[in-house]
Ligand binder design. Structure first.
Ligand code: ADP
Length: 330
């Protein structure tokens, strides 16, 4: 396989992925399968950094994997697995930690933000070393490109630095991965607070369109979305963030351009936009939800897919780790 290799993953931190994950990541991952050799991971070791409930974590791993599959990740064409099933991730992460400067790690803005929220004393060391585990995830597979959102750019830059540092210290070993930054236009905002991004970890249940919501719930969330006191359906993220978000979602799912939609809704009210958008969203997500529920109802099949994915991933990862150990003198 001479196609460039990509690696990407999501944390199993919620029972359901949301529309932002779907449009900003999953649909892109599905499309990339045509042009790339793709490795998609449920990064459960990363989720451990925030001390989740064990039963919830186990359930969320399965649900996240089922949603990848339901969205169109094809386990025949791509490698799909749970990070903890491939122990080389944790092993290479240790080597990466020994290669990273304490000051360098301290400059990671995501750690600074997250630890500021939790309090530095309460934050786990795992939260601090998270970027080294992420570097290991990527470098284990000779990854050429990493499809990530803008928020992961700094971590990817660290990964590149670590790969180059290792290569110059110990000899050419790692492929230095390129960022494949997913376009900002795909950013989806919270329906109740359209200036903050839709997020699994936000505390705004009414603002998050979950892939596994009942379609009636989805429609209600869209009808209740925060807009503004105007009447004009116009794309203007600064002055009309709510309407702009609804237009962006519509456009991403219907394939129609924003100007087309603006023309279509000229002279009509926000109610029409919401009503029709509710249909567009439930039509798109309905089948994904149904396939997810089917997969979850058949645990043996899901287990088989994940075991096969882990077996394939381990084949690649073990080779890299053996080379790394040999290079560093272990
Ligand atoms: P969350 O904030 O929900 O925990 P993550 O940070 O785990 O999301 O992101 C998982 C993937 O989903 C990333 O590739 C990210 O770019 C994408 N993503 C997350 N939220 C959004 C959003 N609101 N709009 C677009 N893409 C998103």
């Amino acid at each position: 396989d001479r196609r460039p290799r990509i690696f990407s993953g999501m944390q199993p931190t919620a029972d359901s992925l949301h529309l932002g994950n779907y449009l900003g990541a999953l649909t892109r991952w599905v499309a990339l399968q045509d042009t790339h050799e793709a490795i998609y991971c449920v990064v459960d070791l990363h989720a451990l950094t925030v001390g989740p409930d064990p039963a919830a974590l186990r359930e969320r791993c399965r649900r996240t994997a089922a949603q990848y599959l339901a969205a169109g990740i094809d386990p025949q064409r791509s490698t799909l697995f749970l990070q903890s099933h491939v122990p080389e991730h944790a092993e290479l992460a240790w080597v990466m930690s020994c290669l990273t400067g304490f000051g360098e790690a301290s400059r990671m803005t995501q750690f600074k933000d997250k630890s500021a929220k939790q309090g530095a004393e309460a934050s786990s060391v795992g939260l601090f070393t998270y970027p080294m585990l992420m570097a290991a995830d990527i470098l284990l597979y000779g990854t050429d490109a990493v499809p990530v959102g803008e928020d992961q750019r700094q971590h990817l830059e660290l990964t590149r630095n670590l790969a180059q540092r290792f290569n110059s210290r110990y000899g050419q070993t790692f492929t230095v991965p390129e960022p494949h930054i997913l376009k900002e236009t795909a950013k989806i905002f919270d329906l109740q607070d359209p200036t903050s991004k839709m997020s699994k970890t936000s505390s705004s249940p009414g603002g998050i369109v979950e892939l596994l919501d009942d379609p009636k719930v989805t429609a209600k969330k869209i009808r209740s979305a925060v807009t503004d006191t105007g009447r004009e359906v116009r794309y203007d993220p600064v002055d009309k963030p709510g309407i702009s978000n609804l237009l962006a979602i519509h456009s991403a799912l219907s394939g129609r351009t924003v100007p087309e939609l603006e023309a279509d809704y000229a002279g009509r009210g926000y109610g029409d936009l919401k009503k029709e958008l509710a249909e567009v969203v439930t039509d798109a997500l309905g089948p994904v939800r149904e396939r997810t529920l089917e997969l979850l109802a058949d645990p043996a099949t899901l287990d088989d897919i994940l075991a096969e994915g882990a077996r394939r991933a381990r084949g690649l990862a073990a080779e890299t780790l053996a080379r790394v150990y040999e290079r560093v003198g272990l």
